[in-house]
Design a binder for this molecule. Sequence first.
Ligand code: MN
Length: 194
Amino acid sequence: MARSTPTQTYESKRNREKTPEPFDGKRPVKAKPMFVIQKHDASSLHFDLRLEIGGALKSWAVPKGPSLDPRDKRLAIETEDHPIAYGGFEGVIPEGEYGGGTVMIFDIGAMKNVKDASLEDQYENGQIEVELCGERIKGKYALIRTGKKSGDNWLLIKMKDDAADARRKPASVETRSATSGRTMHQIRQDAGDD
Ligand code: MN
């Protein structure tokens, strides 16, 4: 994998003429490093967790979304690195294009490294611990790679702290965008798709 162009795979999967997704552009939030969670109604509904590591957004598709309950181990399937500007993307990817479907910003904010090792090293070692400072998703999370090589599946686990809450289910409760306040339906309407 070419390190110099972290989003080469991203670009190869998409056609600039056909998708409104960003290929470059400005940071969506001042915070650095940042995280974003995007709700994505594609062939199956899932949540995309993206963490700013090594100049790009490392990305995982989390079918059930993040949990606030430390007892949950949520499957997180690693996907291609996305450009930083993608964190601000909300809209509709046309049907037939890669990832076709509606994308909503579920939460966005700053991320803190809670370990001494760099985030790059933690990623390479398959064990990342960060604190997410969003509106809905707060506190420490661990991402643990279940296999040996990059691209394998990971588990997303809420670490025990004050933000842990076994009763709240943010993924099913929060139905509006954290940035625009729109529902998935309104995002589709605004794109002229409904
Ligand atoms: Mn997705």
